[in-house]
Write a protein that binds this ligand. Structure first.
Ligand code: CP3
Length: 354
């Protein structure tokens, strides 16, 4: 008996991810469900951020209602990059107004052995994520693909070493260059854990995976190639070939050729490079996602329309563009500008030659 193709297969998002021509450019936004939304802030009065992540019914509900409100072309699971570190032996906290804090972060290379790799048993501690995926998939329209995600090995290792947000990444970089053996061990444990985590997300029901390497931009190309690329590759190689994989990195367009080499079929770029130039660098063998500066959404309506159209114009006629911001939606973003952005992108004809 022939298996019926699910309706999401021919969605603009998945078609663009496969570099097939589309009638309209798909759009979704990183942090599309977050503090700029009054209904999200209302929920946060009742629950802490980690509580929301750990309650599958609520996480699924936030995922679904955000897509319905704006008409985004894809849903991203409501979750976070860092809870994966808990079953690996780290204590994670989000203090009010201070971002993530890991009290028992690694003190240096000597501590690598306390990082516990995620096998099937420990992975079960993240069942709330897989359950949220099942519920979100069940509740979403069949035409809307669901994106799962994880942090890349470098970004997670950096959190495990720094214990929170940093500007200089001094501790991480010193660790990396002082003891390359311990670094390799740490990165392999991270990479294999992340690989199992994303594979299980696929089994639970996501149609695409995004890997966030939000902090790798602090590295030189030489250090990225030596200390990061081989481990990121382990993660991408684990993602089934029929599942589009988005590789997002921010802060350093000089890393683009290596970012593409490390893996992914869609390359996520920030606003620090012209999107057409970025596409030229990685080549037509990749789809591209981006790259409006999130700050534009805090500006006047004319600016939102103008800047969005400039990006659309730059990639017009080239199949494989997924519209997004260059990083997450800022909490001060007016909700009306998000609607306006979606409308602007959807009204555009990506195939018209002007
Ligand atoms: O994109 C989405 O809508 C899905 C949900 C999502 C969140 N975080 C929700 C969130 C996703 C995909 C992430 C990824 C994430 N988390 C990244 C990579 C993307 C990036 O921003 O570079 C990183 C680095 C994290 C870690 C993290 N989570 C930090 C540093 C912070 C604090 C900073 C901040 O913006 O508050 C968070 C908190 C967080 N993650 C919130 C949300 C909605 C805000 C929590 C709150 O309600 O206070």
């Amino acid at each position: 008996m022939a298996v019926e193709t699910p309706a999401w297969y021919d969605s603009p998002f998945l078609k663009a991810a496969r570099r097939e021509p589309v009638e309209r450019t798909p759009i979704w936004l990183m942090r599309q469900a977050g503090r700029y939304l009054p209904e999200y802030r209302a929920l946060r009065e009742k629950y802490s951020f980690l509580e929301l992540c750990r309650k599958p019914e609520l996480a699924a509900e936030i995922t679904i209602s955000t897509v319905a409100r704006f008409g985004f072309d894809a849903a991203i699971l409501f979750a976070d990059l860092l809870p994966i570190l808990e079953p690996m032996g780290f204590e994670l906290r989000f203090g009010p107004g201070e971002g993530p804090v890991i009290r028992n972060h690694l003190g240096g290379p000597k501590d690598v052995d306390r990082v516990q790799e995620l096998g099937e048993d420990r992975l079960a501690e993240l069942d709330f994520v897989f359950e949220a995926i099942r519920l979100a998939r069940e509740g979403l329209p069949k035409t809307i693909p669901l994106i799962g995600f994880a942090g890349a090995p470098f970004t997670l290792a950096a959190y495990a070493i720094e214990g929170g947000t940093t500007r200089s990444f001094e501790r991480t970089k010193c660790f990396m260059i002082e003891d390359s053996g311990a670094w390799r061990e740490l990165m392999e444990r991270m990479a294999r854990s992340i690989a199992r985590y994303v594979k299980k997300q696929v089994t639970a029901g996501v149609q695409a995976i995004q890997i966030f390497d939000s902090w790798a931009g602090c590295l030189s190309p030489k250090h990225y190639q030596q200390f990061v690329l081989p481990y990121t590759q382990i993660v991408f190689e684990a993602i089934p070939a029929d599942v589009p994989a988005i590789h997002f990195l921010t802060g350093n367009p000089m890393l683009l050729p290596l970012q593409a080499k490390a893996g992914g079929t869609v390359i996520g770029v920030d606003w620090r490079i012209d999107i057409g130039d970025a596409w030229d660098v990685v080549g037509d063998g990749y789809a591209i996602q981006g790259n409006l500066d999130p700050v534009v959404l805090c500006g006047p309506e004319e600016l939102v329309v103008h800047e969005a159209r400039a990006i659309l114009q730059r990639v017009r006629g080239r199949p494989g563009h997924i519209f997004n911001l260059g990083h997450g939606v800022l909490p001060s973003t007016p909700v009306s500008n998000v609607s306006l952005l979606v409308q602007t992108v959807h009204e555009w004809n990506p195939r018209q030659i002007s």
